[in-house]
Design a protein around this ligand. Structure first.
Ligand SMILES: N[C@@H](CCC(=O)N[C@@H](CSCO)C(=O)NCC(=O)O)C(=O)O
Ligand SMILES: [Zn+2]
Ligand SMILES: [Zn+2]
Length: 185
């Protein structure tokens, strides 16, 4: 049987709503759930094959998107949150009890600083932006998947890092940091 890529993409992708403006995320504890309120839809939502992003058990990919950090607030049980790896670029705040990642924040100088990484499957609301691409696809081999499994039909454009739009953003940031100034950006 083919492995589950992720429940949000295994049986086709449901389009989000352009008028949707956010909702609440909950961890998976049976009680005293951590609640995070997002006052924005996500952008650049994508399937991520990396080993660091939270994924449901049995799935090869995480689904992760970004929201402005000003649109993120912890509205219940914040004391259950702990940063998974303080050295990582993305500081992933996870529930200490169930392990779910509620939001990932970047504090260092970085092109994506100001954006928090979130998993919309933790919300009961409908209308979140659908996954736009699959990134870090070859990273699933590092985690034990046979290289041939990478050829599974994901139903999304696949990349071994991020999409060209996001890679261009990162490269533009890097160039500007080194003193290069582009006209007409
Ligand atoms: N092969 C590694 C890749 C890990 C990685 O670089 N992940 C990316 C994408 S996460 C969401 O798109 C990243 O930016 N990580 C920064 C961080 O995790 O702090 C692996 O699989 O572990
Ligand atoms: Zn929990
Ligand atoms: Zn990732």
């Amino acid at each position: 049987m083919a492995p589950s890529l992720h429940p949000l993409i295994d049986n086709g992708i449901t389009p989000g709503s352009s008028s949707f403006s956010g909702g609440k995320l909950h961890c998976r504890c049976a009680s005293d759930q951590v609640e995070v309120t997002l006052n924005s839809n996500v952008a650049h939502n994508h399937a991520c094959g990396c080993s660091k992003c939270w994924k449901p058990s049995g799935s090869l990919f995480s689904i992760v998107g970004v929201v402005p950090r000003d649109a993120v607030s912890v509205t219940a049980n914040a004391s259950k949150l702990s940063i998974v790896d303080k050295e990582a670029t993305i500081q992933r705040n996870a529930c200490k009890d169930c392990g779910v990642h509620l939001f990932g924040r970047i504090e260092k100088d970085h092109p994506f600083k100001g954006l928090d990484f979130v998993h919309v499957e933790l919300s009961d609301e409908k209308g979140w932006q659908e996954p736009q691409f699959a990134g870090f696809v070859s990273s699933i081999i590092e985690q034990g998947s046979h290289p041939k499994e990478m050829d599974e039909a994901v139903g999304l454009q696949t990349y071994d890092v991020l999409s060209p739009v996001l890679m261009d953003l990162i490269s533009t940031f890097t160039a500007q940091k080194s003193g290069i100034r582009f006209a007409n950006l």
